[in-house]
Design a protein around this ligand. Structure first.
Ligand code: IDP
Ligand code: MG
Length: 153
């Protein structure tokens, strides 16, 4: 079993459209465990750090403008293969191609308004979590249902 942590954002469109609860619900029902959460409006500096890997891409400027355009919910979810599990729950980057039943496939239409962010590798997850959270803001807690979600618990 590989326990991972992943950084998830409800992007400004998800917040504005009243989908915070709906999106959190998807990860919670999946069996992932919430270990950190905050509501904030990202500064341009924070956005540039978070999206540094996309600096040379043609959509970079609009991506930064989008992510700072309103508040976001930043969360850290933990569990077995959490990074891949969360990305499967989110759906592919372009909502038009995202499968029904995924967040993007159920609520999105355009790549520039795709509702959620999720880390794509353990290295990027560690980086992204540390951008948004101090260690003391991540909660180490035991869940009473753990053995019903994880065979090794
Ligand atoms: P991901 O969010 O599925 O990991 P990435 O390739 O990492 O996708 O791209 C980061 C974000 O940049 C996407 O979620 C989307 O908001 C935006 N983006 C990616 N490609 C395009 C594009 O071609 N046009 C506009 N925005 C894009
Ligand atoms: Mg990405």
């Amino acid at each position: 079993m590989t326990v991972e942590r992943t950084l998830i954002l409800v992007k400004p469109d998800g917040v504005q459209r009243g989908l915070i609860g709906e999106i959190i619900n998807r990860f919670e029902r999946r069996g992932l465990k919430l270990v950190g959460m905050k509501f904030l409006q990202m500064s341009p500096e924070l956005a540039e750090t978070h999206y540094a890997v996309h600096k040379e891409r043609p959509f970079y400027q609009s991506l930064v403008e989008y992510i700072v355009s309103g508040p976001v919910v930043a969360m850290v979810w933990q569990g077995h293969d959490a990074i891949a599990a969360a990305r499967a729950t989110m759906g592919t980057t372009n909502p038009v191609q995202a499968a029904p039943g995924t967040i993007r496939g159920d609520f999105g239409l355009e790549i520039g308004r795709n509702l959620v962010h999720g880390s794509d590798s353990p290295e990027n997850a560690a980086k992204e979590v540390s951008i948004f959270f101090d260690d003391v803001e991540l909660v180490d807690w035991s869940r009473n249902t753990e053995s019903w979600i994880s065979e090794s618990a």
